[in-house]
Design a protein around this ligand. Structure first.
Ligand code: LLP
Length: 424
């Protein structure tokens, strides 16, 4: 995909003046989220029996707490995410299974923790069924199927087919069920995360495959999970997902199973991006303007260690340029390459998937202005790193008139402490 970017509109609580206010108070770069927008996205999926948030998209404890208060359940993919769910007040156990752990393999300590807590695991390999079966016979499990085909916004996010490492290959379902039986594991349901986005023809194929796979188990499957991968519009002209149509396709698959099995089948959906992408922005400060031959570079104080998507996938995010006082600059338009401070040439926010620098039309930005990257609430903060020994940056949640710091800026001292003062 070629970045189409350029400027976009700020909507809801994410107003220029509030973003500039938060930047003034907490410094840049920083993440700003709009709670109301998260809630309205949740509302669009209420017809599903269970909305299970894939917290990898944005795992701040305060965001998880908001999800919990809205009745949204949660998926974890690591011990760290499991502890985040607990810290946000999710209590594992009971028929509702508020927390599920999805993985391809389990480390020893994660295995110990899921057994201790009775957290169901969504098994992505036969070995994982074996692991859990040996450690805790009777444990509740889901089976994540790789149906042999996939979808995704880039090669790196395609989640099915023979090039994907995820899930249990569809031809290995029978041997997986043998493991379930041998260890008397409690098979809760089947899961598939294919990510059809707004491609409803593809989605139909996924739904049909789910029905076939459940049939192949020959078991009393009580739940199915549609996985995540619900798309959001990043660029102007990208389609808004038709969530009713999405639900109807899955519901039809579920109804077919209900009539064959003769008991209710719970329908779960597991979105990450859909719930949080549009609710978040990254605000960075313009620190330099550098004409380089034919290219006009604008350097900001956020790098790909903060927002990795453009460097990793060639993803593009629309931006707004704000004056320090919080006025939107919309005057002159100049083809601009937006880049960060890292000591690496790929630290460019406007680039193609192949890594070519891609100028996009932007207003003239003064030093000290803010560049606001839109729709970065998903896979923004959660994919940040400490590369170049840069501390993690703050997160702020706007909730109505309230502006709340939900993560403070990490300090360099905290970074160094992992290495200094070691015992012995
Ligand atoms: N369920 C499972 C098992 C997943 O692996 C994922 C995402 C989701 C749900 C949620 O998918 P979503 O609804 O957010 O598309 N870092 C990439 C996306 C990687 C997604 C990995 N798995 C990005 O920035 O686009």
């Amino acid at each position: 995909t070629v970045p189409s970017s350029g400027t976009g509109e700020l909507t809801g609580a994410l107003q220029a003046s509030r973003i500039a206010g938060a930047a003034e108070r907490h410094g840049t770069p920083l993440w700003v989220y709009d709670a109301a927008r998260i809630r309205s996205q949740i509302t669009r999926l209420r017809r599903f029996d269970v909305i299970r948030f894939a917290q990898k998209a944005c795992s701040n404890i305060h965001v998880l707490r908001l999800m919990r208060e809205e009745g949204v359940l949660v998926d974890a993919v690591s011990e760290g995410e499991l502890e985040r769910a607990l810290a946000a007040g999710y209590v594992p156990g009971g028929p509702e299974q508020p927390v599920v752990l999805t993985a391809d393999v389990l480390g020893r300590s994660t295995l110990r923790r899921v057994v201790e807590l009775g957290v169901p695991v969504n098994a992505g390999s036969p070995q994982m069924l074996e692991q859990i079966g040996r450690a805790a016979p009777g444990h509740p499990v889901w089976i994540r199927i790789n149906p042999g085909f996939g979808h995704g916004h880039s090669r790196k996010t395609n989640t099915g087919g023979e090039h994907s490492k995820h899930g249990i290959w569809h031809e290995h379902l029978a041997e997986s069920l043998e493991l379930v039986d041998r260890h008397r594991l409690d098979l809760v349901g089947l899961h598939m995360h294919i990510g059809s986005g707004a491609d409803y023809g593809h989605l139909e194929q996924v739904c049909e495959t789910m029905v076939k796979q459940v049939r192949l188990t020959g078991r009393d499957v009580r739940a199915i999970s549609a996985g995540g991968g619900l798309s959001v519009p990043y660029a102007p002209g990208d389609p808004e997902l038709d969530t009713d149509r999405y639900f109807r396709l899955w519901d039809a698959a579920r109804q077919e199973l209900v009539s064959e099995l003769g008991h209710p089948v719970r329908l779960e959906i597991e979105p990450g991006r859909f719930l949080v992408a549009g609710s978040g922005v990254l605000a960075a400060e313009v620190q330099a303007r550098k004409p380089m031959g034919g290219n006009h570079f604008v350097l900001v104080d956020a790098g790909f260690n903060d927002l990795m998507r453009p460097a990793m996938y060639g993803s593009s995010h629309q931006v707004s340029v704000l004056s320090p006082a919080g006025e939107v600059r919309d005057s002159a338009v100049l083809d601009t390459v937006l880049a960060g401070p890292l000591c690496e040439s790929g630290d460019v926010f406007t680039q193609t998937a192949a890594g070519e620098v891609q100028p996009v039309p932007l207003p003239w930005a003064e030093i000290g202005d803010l560049v606001v990257f839109h729709d970065t609430g998903a896979y923004g903060a959660s994919m940040s790193s400490n590369y170049n020994s840069r501390p993690l940056i703050p997160e702020v949640l706007l909730d109505g008139a309230d502006t709340r710091l939900i993560r403070r800026r990490q300090t360099v001292r905290e970074l160094l402490e992992l290495e200094t003062g070691l015992p012995g």
